[in-house]
Design a protein around this ligand. Structure first.
Ligand SMILES: [Zn+2]
Ligand SMILES: [Zn+2]
Length: 298
């Protein structure tokens, strides 16, 4: 059981809303049961379950406290690296769906500036723009604009908006492992229902539900490519395309935990021609951003 859990990837760790919040608090320095419950209204059984899951996944270690039933929880090295995923998620959030209170963060970079990041190419150090990423030859990204006939899906669902009004879009998305997987498939060039299904190995009904959710979140748009029977291509929206930085961080994290190289997307950075590897830099000073050179002021 434990060995199996050790191999779980970032999608599975962060693909849960409560775990996401707990990781955030752990990164801020929370370490005890009362720290967590002071800031997150989480049912005790859920808290205990998610902490156990993080321990089993090797992201958190638990230390017993004398004379107390609970203990202290600390992030391991793998757990600390989840920082990069959270930071990139927050950048996306601030750009595409800024909301009061959404991913408000007390992080500061070592230069003293409040932490804002850019994703740069590891090879040429230029900031990565989605249009500079080469996905693969058959990608319809290049047709974007004139030829795209976006079929408008249903209006953004009242259900999604109202029930999650307080929850940032990035965390609605991040906190859904299946939605993440589907988006990841789309960003890697799988645009047809059958292809996405093959890649994600999801039940068709589950996949339909997630595709609909991605449309409601504005991350994915559809284009009719065949009529009667109607067949659709699922394409990333502009906001959806920019999730590539986040997906790359998720994959980087997952593959850093495995010996064998995982199925990295075959992406190229157009300006320099290098295989796409990303690097986080500070928007203020252009210096590297690491967990170690940032600090938290709560
Ligand atoms: Zn480059
Ligand atoms: Zn800086």
């Amino acid at each position: 059981m434990l060995a199996k859990l050790k191999n779980i990837n970032a999608f599975e760790i962060l693909g849960d809303y409560w775990t996401l919040l707990l990781v955030r608090e752990l990164l801020y320095g929370a370490s005890t049961w009362s720290d967590f419950s002071a800031v997150i209204s989480i049912p005790p059984s859920t808290l205990s379950n998610r902490l156990a899951k993080l321990v089993a996944a090797g992201c958190v270690v638990k230390k017993a406290l004398p004379k107390r039933a609970d203990g202290t929880y600390k992030l391991t090295e793998a757990g600390k690296r989840l920082f990069y995923i959270m930071v990139v998620a927050r950048e996306w959030q601030l750009r595409w769906d800024p909301r009061p209170g959404a991913f408000v963060s007390p992080w500061r970079h070592e230069c003293g500036a409040p932490l804002r990041c850019k994703t740069a190419c590891l090879a040429c150090h230029a900031e990565i723009l989605t249009e500079d990423i080469i996905f693969n030859e058959k990608t319809p990204f290049h047709e974007h604009g004139s030829t795209l006939n976006h079929r408008t899906s249903a209006k953004p669902g009242a259900d999604l908006r109202s029930s999650n009004a307080e929850i940032a879009k990035a965390s609605v998305f991040l906190g859904d492992q299946k939605a993440l997987k589907v988006m990841s498939a789309i960003l890697q060039g799988h645009y047809r229902f059958d292809d996405i299904q093959k890649w994600t190995r999801m039940h068709p009904a589950t996949l339909s539900a997630r595709l609909r959710k991605l449309q409601l979140l504005g991350l994915c748009v559809t284009r009719l490519y065949q009529e009667s029977p109607d067949r659709l291509l699922y394409l990333p929206s502009d906001a959806g395309k920019e999730l590539i930085a986040l997906i790359m961080e998720l994959m980087k994290w997952s593959s850093s935990r495995k010996k064998e190289s995982s199925n990295q997307p075959a992406l190229l950075h157009k300006p320099c021609g290098a295989g796409l590897e990303t690097d986080l830099i500070c928007s203020a000073c252009e210096g590297h951003v690491t967990y170690e050179n940032t600090s938290v002021n709560l």
